[in-house]
Design a protein around this ligand. Sequence first.
Ligand code: MG
Length: 371
Amino acid sequence: MGDPPMPNPFIGKVSPALGEADGADGIDFSLECPLPSSRHDRITLGHGGGGRLMHSLIDRVFKKAFNDPALAAAHDGADLPSPPGRLAMTTDSYVVHPLFFPGSDIGAMAVNGTVNDLAMCGASPLYLTASFILEEGLEMATLEKVVASMAGAAAAAGIRVVTGDTKVVERGKGDGIFICTAGVGAIGHNLAINPASVKPGDAVLLSGDIGRHGMAVMAVRENLGFTSDLRSDCACLWPGVEALLKAGIQVHCLRDLTRGGLATSLVEISGTGKVRILVNESAIPVGEAVQGACEVLGLDPLYVANEGRFVAFVPASEAERALAALRSTVHCEGATRIGTVESGNGVVMKSTIGASRPLDMLSGEQLPRIC
Ligand code: MG
């Protein structure tokens, strides 16, 4: 499929000097061909122009990597089967800088971030859309690497990439790649999983150690040499949520701990659910590398973004069974109970020395371009 091979003017112009012309008489007459090439090694404005170059990009990069019949149909939208029951839908955009960082990259993050928001609704991942805003001059190899990473993450999560879009902005008007996604998931239960369902008496469970995504990205950006074992926790959270639902846990609320970290998520849920949340600082796992990097940069791990961690609010009587279900799944092996819900309002942290302090949201952005 795709366009027939066309001469690449960039290769063509240098090949005679390098003695690489392949014409029978040593001259390649395609050298002066003015047609735009479909084998550019960098993104050009033409790749977003809606013409032959753009179609070639779609065929060669996106359709090939995502390999879905809905994409192959080359229609204005995807015609998809709908499961019985309710649907969950979510949208997100990804502007992380740099594009690649220890443990993950913008592509896998765009898939997992969207899948995780569906999972937080208790929905199994079904369909994903992906819209790419590319900067003129972006290396084609970089785009291919990001798209391959997305395809791998989508396959692992069991979500189909069914439609997409590509735009190109002039050099200097973007930063390589921005990705916007939308996700649709199937809700196969009758629970109302949301902050309003949180009740006094609920246990607060945390799926593992916190702060790794934010600090892995910051370590690269700030050139922190001592943090070589810092890797993003970016991962698909559906297996952990699915295990809770399959175990019959009456899940009241789920929230992935992205921008703003654990503290911000708890404050949001406390506010929406109109409850008081008590957490024990000593119960919250923070790795040594995260702790060290946070100290150097003057950050609090409670507010650092994660891409593979979530909290679950469940009835206290089901907490142990819920923890066992979580711990049986990949990425949730370190699940632990960190607190309890009471009537009242606000979030209170009991420190390791027994003192209590209220937690609040930060007033500004702690770490820009982290997701
Ligand atoms: Mg979320």
